[in-house]
Design a protein around this ligand. Structure first.
Ligand code: NAI
Ligand code: MG
Length: 359
């Protein structure tokens, strides 16, 4: 049969980014090697990140977006290192790619692998599986604002950080959440805002949510304020299926979700340009973890799960499920890194994942 061939731009970035991207590449290469020639991945690595910034004064090349525009996908590690202010590194690389390629939907599944102890007391008995859908193009990370240090000086300075909510931006992410809910066993969308306190943008979001919900009578809905949703993640997570929220709120909630599952190192994410005009980007939820970088002990599962989301995006559902199954088996076998209570190295876990790809 024919070979399906995918070209992937790997952007390891900083810190553990390099270690987890390498792990994900090994797993996908093993999948291709076992495919009897039906599947092939070609990788090209881009050395962007804080070292690149030290050498060139830029987090990514000036024509960086053009360099990766024609790839089938971007596979990203993490960005951020103590040598560069975090807002410079994040805006200079990750947000540049997400916004430049209009990756407006950030999908962050919260999964509880077997064999990993959750800090949730009831997690063992409940069937927990939900998805955070994050608006990824505007909201609190719209980048509008300013500071007037020059005019007022230290002590008197004023800073404004605006949040941007457009009707188009709200509607497309909310519709995306409803469409995703229709693919799940539990058809429910929970919308998260703080519209009691933020009376403009988030009230617009709430109104759009109500309007879009009318087009999906088969999907159950709820609107929950973000502080209450934080509590609900802990107390009634079995009641969640798809949780849609603004950029900042979903960023926070997805870290909470992955911590509840056992570790930030477990969580996967997809930054999607659903129209497929630009490449989408797949990355673990965690950052560069400077405290453990370079030691070979970081958890590769978030990055490998992100590779599985990339396979899904390529239309390779069976292969994606094979990787997800390998993750569950590896965790159930107790091959775990230190963040989830084990003694395995990144390489040990990667080797086990590859072994477990075979049925
Ligand atoms: P972080 O996610 O890097 O680390 C938080 C904690 O989780 C640390 O204790 C770390 O050791 C642990 N952790 C993270 N990933 C892990 C893994 N794969 N295995 C085991 N343990 C893991 O968040 P932090 O410390 O707030 O930020 C560090 C740097 O990363 C900063 O420069 C920040 O701006 C950047 N960052 C970048 C992101 C991205 O590129 N998407 C996302 C979040 C933070
Ligand atoms: Mg985050």
């Amino acid at each position: 049969s024919q070979t399906r061939h995918f070209h992937i731009a790997a952007i390891p970035g900083d810190g553990v980014g390099g270690e987890v991207v390498e792990a994900g590449r090994h797993v996908l290469d093993a999948l291709a090697a076992a495919s009897h020639g039906t599947l092939a991945f070609t990788w090209r690595e881009f050395p962007w990140g804080s070292d690149h910034y030290a050498r060139t004064g830029r987090m990514l090349d000036e024509d960086g977006l053009d360099q990766v525009r024609d790839f089938d996908a971007l596979y990203f590690g993490a960005v951020g290192w103590p040598t560069v202010p975090d807002h410079v590194s994040l805006w200079g690389l990750r947000l540049r790619l997400c916004q430049g390629f209009d990756q407006w939907a950030n999908v962050r599944p919260v999964r509880f692998p077997p064999g990993v102890t959750s800090p949730l007391r009831r997690a063992d008995t409940a069937e927990l599986d939900w998805v955070v859908v994050r608006e990824n193009s505007e909201g609190e990370y719209g980048g509008f604002g300013g500071r007037n240090f020059a005019a007022r000086g230290r002590g008197g300075e004023v800073a404004v950080q605006s949040a941007v909510f457009t009707e188009v931006g709200c509607e497309r992410i909310i519709r995306f959440a409803f469409d995703l809910a229709r693919t799940r066993t539990r058809r429910k969308v929970s919308s998260v805002t703080k519209s009691n306190a933020q009376q403009y943008g988030m009230v617009l979001w709430d109104e759009v949510f109500t309007r879009v919900a009318a087009d999906y009578p088969d999907v159950a809905t709820e609107s929950v304020l973000v502080d209450a949703m934080a509590a609900k993640f802990v107390l009634r997570p079995e009641d969640l299926s798809v949780v849609v929220a603004s950029n900042l709120n979903a960023d926070i909630l997805s870290d909470l979700g992955s911590a509840l599952a056992g570790s930030l190192g477990l969580a996967a994410s997809a930054n999607l340009n659903p129209e497929r005009r630009y490449p989408s980007m797949f990355e673990p939820v965690h950052g560069s973890a400077p405290d453990i970088a370079g030691k070979g002990v970081c958890n590769p599962i978030g990055a490998v799960g992100s590779a599985a989301l990339m396979l899904e995006h390529f239309g390779l559902a069976a292969e994606a499920e094979r990787v997800q199954r390998a993750i569950r088996t590896t965790c159930a076998q107790g091959v775990l890194t230190a963040d989830v209570g084990g003694g395995a190295t990144t390489k040990d876990v990667t080797a086990a994942l590859i072994d477990n790809l075979a049925d």
